[in-house]
Every structure is written in C-alpha cells, then in structure tokens.
Design a binder for this molecule. Sequence first.
Ligand code: FES
Length: 118
Amino acid sequence: MIRGVFQIEIIDHDTHFSCAADNSVLAAMAQQQNTNWQTKRPIKIGCRNGGCGICKIHVVEGDYAHGKMSYAKVSEAERQAGYVLACRTFPRSDMKIKPAFSGDIAGFDNNDKNKNRE
Ligand code: FES
C-alpha cells in the first residue's frame, strides 16, 4: 500500500488541497471544497467512476497513478500528454493540475449531474 499525503495545486484557480495517495484527486477536492471556490468547482464532478469524462484534467507537474479510464474519454495521445480523469487519478507526489474543461460544456448538463451531490 502506498502512503502519503500530497498537495494538489489547481493552476489558474489560486487554490490547492491535500490528497492522500489512496484517495482520488476528485474526491479530495470535493471533500475540501471551501467557500473561496464559491459555487463553481474548478474541476467538474459527474459520475465519479470514470464514465462521463467531465473531470478530465491536465497534469502539468507531478507523479500519479491512475485507474482504468475509457479511451473514448481519454485518448492514448491525451494520456501521453498528461491528461487523466481526476476521479481515477491518485497522487504519488505533489501535483500541479489544470481542469481540461472550464465553464459549461455544450451538450453536458452539469447541473443535472450534480443535483444530488451538493
Ligand atoms: S466524474 Fe465522470 S469520469 Fe470522472
């Protein structure tokens, strides 16, 4: 079992949070959401199980492990470039990340997906 707690910085959002090695980046962000983030989360939350792709992030710096991700949501080229699904990503060092999506996404009703997750 890998242990450790790492700092995750969300670039361009002036925020960071801690994430244990056995917790996903998305779960840690949701658990530590604070009022500075207002009502919008820097990383969108959807299915939380790798199915919808809404939580895609770009890892700019740091090491990580990831669970199974659909190639329909994260292509091989994207993986090679450091794109992953935050709900399937586990830190192995401090990380700097960027949300792959910002704002509302055409064709994806994020409000409906999050109705029962607030
Ligand atoms: S929340 Fe749906 S893929 Fe991560």
